[in-house]
Ligand binder design. Sequence first.
Ligand code: FES
Ligand code: FES
Length: 152
Amino acid sequence: MKNKCSLKVNGKNITVEVSDTTTLLEVLRDHLGLTGTKEGCGKGECGACTVLLNGKAVNSCIVFAHQVEGQEVITIEGLNEDPKSKHIQEAFIDEGAVQCGFCTPGMVVSSKALLIKKKKPSKEDIREGLSGNLCRCTGYTKIINAVEEAAR
Ligand code: FES
Ligand code: FES
């Protein structure tokens, strides 16, 4: 059975028809065409699907759409349009923290969540803040450098 679900995505109110098992990730990618949010494992283990839900990082592949009714979601596209967040993506590019790029949207969103909580995170804070995000390419050092750069 389909039900209507309304939420705010990147500042816009949207309503979509979802089933009980439709995930937030499916709403973002399939209903709204926001394909910056990636699907990696689909099980809450890799962080590729990370979005901000009311300012906190969540894995959108394991959140059902009906659980976020009326709530506020920001995706990588939303961060890209936000002058206060764009520098995070620029720091990833400047520091060479992007290789294949598949993990990058999730990394940037988790970095934003961390920087909301802590303006000047230590390396340890950054490691902890990004511990749910896997990268097969970079070895993480450049990603950590990028977050430090974004916090400067
Ligand atoms: Fe969601 Fe891997 S796709 S955590
Ligand atoms: Fe390829 Fe991170 S840059 S998975």
